[in-house]
Design a protein around this ligand. Structure first.
Ligand code: NAD
Length: 345
């Protein structure tokens, strides 16, 4: 299946585009960029014909390009909704990077655009295709830890001395509240796919330091506590101003699963401890398969008509939960939720 890649930035160039070579059913058919030099350089490197190199201005002509069946959106998060809508208007399927968008209203528009166009929408949640995270989901389904009680997820790194004008990740219009949409979303996702539940109660707090040029528009850290209908409680923390962390742990009544790093590009490690048994390090496979795996899953769903594991509805649910986290932090109150992640009050 031919993909047009829109947004030739760090993640597209360094991670996803090289991984198309490992995909069975997906290839790069076109590229879209505002930078003519990049179009030439990247187009030549990937053998993209000159007439399949689009600019943001010429993008609409992609509608008539039969080589392109899907558009992969790897733009700053605040641009996901508008370009998803344009791609559906051009009759293409859409694979959209996380976070799906910056508001639930944008997500709802994206889902409606997919329905109107009768095309598929998938959110690029790569952990669903990563062997350690997949094994963790299977272990939870088998109740390998007994009933799940406590979860913890920490995702952070220390942002260098940049300003919103220099890096879109610090710009509220393009990044929302900041680290939660970018990094914390991995922990939020993990809490949901490990419990297989949607929280019913959220409390949270945010911190935006004064006098730090990095955090004039976004938060430096976000912390949240989620309670699930089963009674399990998850603690999430995320920061752009703390030493690197990428850890998830789940503690049941009779065992513990620790993943560190949990949701990185590579190097995942996981350890299972069960009552009465020696702890075991688990090595279910190479994390690298997550990148091509998500591309081929999308191609499979389109070609063979299967269910998408990470559909637009999941992206919408997660954006709703992030809105609830911010609402709790803003008001200083806990937020009660419906099963679809919308706020009860
Ligand atoms: P980046 O800054 O490296 O690249 C962004 C690209 O968008 C650049 O090519 C830039 O030129 C282009 N762009 C177009 N309009 C722009 C504008 N108005 N402002 C700024 N840039 C503009 O960012 P990235 O790290 O590649 O992230 C892109 C998307 O991919 C984000 O949504 C991010 O959340 C997602 N991402 C996902 C993962 C993952 O593991 N799934 C990892 C990194 C990034």
């Amino acid at each position: 299946m031919g993909f047009a890649i829109i947004g030739l930035g760090g993640y597209a160039l360094n991670q996803m585009m090289p991984r198309f070579a490992l995909a069975q059913r997906s290839h790069i058919a076109a590229i879209v960029s505002g930078n003519p030099e990049k179009l030439k350089q990247v187009g030549d490197a990937y053998g993209v014909p000159p007439d399949a190199r689009y600019t943001y201005d010429s993008f609409d002509a992609i509608a008539d390009d039969k080589r392109v069946e899907a558009v992969y959106i790897v733009l700053p998060s605040g641009l996901h909704a508008a370009w998803t809508e344009k791609a559906f208007a051009a009759g293409k399927h859409v694979l959209c990077e996380k976070p799906m968008a910056l508001s639930s209203e944008e997500c709802a528009r994206m889902i409606a655009a997919a329905e109107r166009a009768k095309r598929k929408l998938m959110i690029a949640y790569r952990s669903y295709f990563e062997p350690h995270n997949r094994l963790a989901m299977a272990l939870m389904a088998q109740k390998a830890l007994g009933p799940l009680r406590l979860l913890r997820a920490d995702h952070s790194y220390r942002m260098g001395p940049v300003t919103p004008a220099q890096n879109w990740r610090l710009d509220r219009a393009l990044a929302g509240g900041g680290p939660l949409e970018d990094l914390g979303i991995y922990g939020l996702q993990a809490a949901l796919y490990l419990t297989q539940e949607v929280p019913e109660l959220i409390t949270a707090s945010t911190y935006q330091p004064e006098g730090d040029a990095r955090f004039t528009q976004i938060f430096a850290h976000v912390g949240a506590q989620l309670r699930f209908p089963s009674g399990a409680v998850a603690q999430l923390s995320t920061s752009y101003d703390a030493a690197g962390a990428n850890t998830v742990s789940a503690r049941g009544a009779t065992g513990v699963l620790t993943m560190d790093p949990a949701t990185s590009y590579s190097g995942q490690k996981m350890r299972l401890e069960q009552a009465g048994q020696a702890g075991r390090d688990l090595t279910p496979g190479d994390p690298d398969v997550q990148f091509a795996g998500q591309l081929d899953h999308f191609a499979d769903a389109i070609r063979d008509g299967g269910q998408i594991k990470t559909p637009g509805q999941m992206g919408l649910r997660d954006v709703r939960l992030m809105e609830a986290i911010y609402a709790s932090a803003r008001t200083g109150r806990y937020v009660r939720l419906n099963p679809d992640g919308t706020m009860l009050d």
